[in-house]
Design a protein around this ligand. Structure first.
Ligand code: UDP
Length: 240
């Protein structure tokens, strides 16, 4: 029996969360620490799906600013998320957690294609499912992927793990010391006030489908478990 608040979660990890101080590439010790945290939660019986970003390797916007075709640059970004997903899979399996990577762009030699019903079946069997390659579409983000997959698999919450910030603030707390941290806030306020929680496509999708989002810091160890147990950390963003 689980005493966790949530039965099924989508954990959104930015690419940056897997990288070292420079925010680039992969830092094995950090990936191991995140894997341990995922293990703690999986061992509670919570069904864990993970959406991984790719910004530590490549962002489509950067490519388009360099004069590349935006769609092509975005495909590169989606491929970056596959690399991150495989790194996380490897690390989780090293500590005895069963995983499946599912990609939104088919690459069958590397991972399963995304099939919703299969993903749900894996979750029911307590395998950690890692959703890679974003939505499979350019012009979207992995935040939107997290919102979309959370709706599809009927997750109870999206846990949005942030680097170096522990919730949603009225302004950038690193720049403005007066910035106020919210315990809870609505998607409408996030959108109206232009708060940098997630992009507006992702926020709208969450709002329209009533998906709860918990924004918290991954920098402190044990925070994923605290979030799952319903401890008072971070900021909860709700539809209403
Ligand atoms: N991307 C995309 N479609 C998607 C998801 C991601 O085109 O559905 C591309 C986009 O170029 C993005 C990159 O993949 O910049 C990496 O994803 P994201 O920026 O969301 O990663 P994060 O900021 O979470 O590390």
């Amino acid at each position: 029996m689980t005493t966790a608040r949530y039965r099924r979660i989508v954990l959104k990890l930015s690419g940056e969360a897997l990288s070292g101080k420079e925010g680039f590439g992969l830092e094995p010790t950090i990936i191991q620490s995140i894997s341990q945290q995922v293990k703690e939660v999986a061992e509670l019986g919570v069904e864990v799906a993970v959406v991984v970003g790719g910004g530590n390797i490549w962002r489509g916007k950067v490519g388009s600013e360099m004069g590349m075709d935006r769609a092509n640059a975005d495909y590169m970004g989606m491929l970056a998320t596959v690399m991150n997903s495989l790194a996380l899979q490897d690390s989780l399996e090293n500590i005895g957690i069963q995983t499946r990577v599912q990609t939104s762009i088919e690459m069958r030699q590397v991972a399963e294609p995304y099939i919703r019903r299969k993903a749900i079946r894996h979750l029911e069997k307590k395998r950690v499912v890692i959703f890679a390659a974003g939505t499979g579409n350019p012009y979207f983000s992995t935040d939107t992927t997290a919102a979309l997959r959370a709706a599809e698999i009927e997750a109870d919450v999206i846990l949005m793990a942030k680097n170096n910030v522990d919730g949603v603030y009225s302004d950038d707390p690193k720049v403005n010391v007066e910035a106020k941290k919210y315990d809870k806030i609505s998607y409408l306020d996030v959108l109206n006030e232009g708060l940098g929680v997630m992009d507006s496509t992702a926020s709208s999708l969450c709002m329209d489908n009533d998906i709860d989002l918990l924004v918290f810091s991954i920098t402190e160890e044990g925070n994923i478990k605290k979030a799952v147990m319903g401890e008072n950390i971070g900021t909860i963003v709700r539809g209403k």
